[in-house]
Design a protein around this ligand. Sequence first.
Ligand code: HEC
Length: 132
Amino acid sequence: MVLFAQQAEQPLGARLYAGQQTLAGYIAGHETPLPETASRCVNCHVLAGSPRPASGSQKTVAFGPLLSAEGLKGLVPRRGGPPSRYDLHAFCELLKTGVDPAKVIIQRTMPRYKLDEPQCEALWMYITQPTP
Ligand code: HEC
């Protein structure tokens, strides 16, 4: 009898988010990819609807904003720019270049990623899925 690993049943977006499937992340301006464990979204972001990790379990010092469908798709001012919202295209652009929908460049703490359309779309679907 064959037992499948649990992670194989998770959707691609969930695996990419948690780092079970590797994404190449870079610090802006650097050519060497970050260690796999450092580029996981889950290190720095909390998803709306998911429990906050217990204090003490965090290993990083810099935390990104909470990610939610409303927060990303809603028209809100970000980083001092005019109100803007994300769609799939803007989200992929941010991950690849660090430029947000209002054309403001995000901090270098947030890595830049080399990812293809299916990976980006899977992440977008995962992050913006309705919270239970
Ligand atoms: C090392 C920490 C770190 C990692 C890893 C990281 N982020 Fe971020 N992220 C940040 C920080 C910090 C910001 C806020 C940057 C700013 O406001 O200038 C951010 C901002 C964002 C934003 C913009 C939110 C907004 O409202 O404009 C999105 C979307 C995002 N991250 C998604 C991701 C995804 C998806 C991944 C994994 C592929 C990821 N992040 C990995 C730290 C991180």
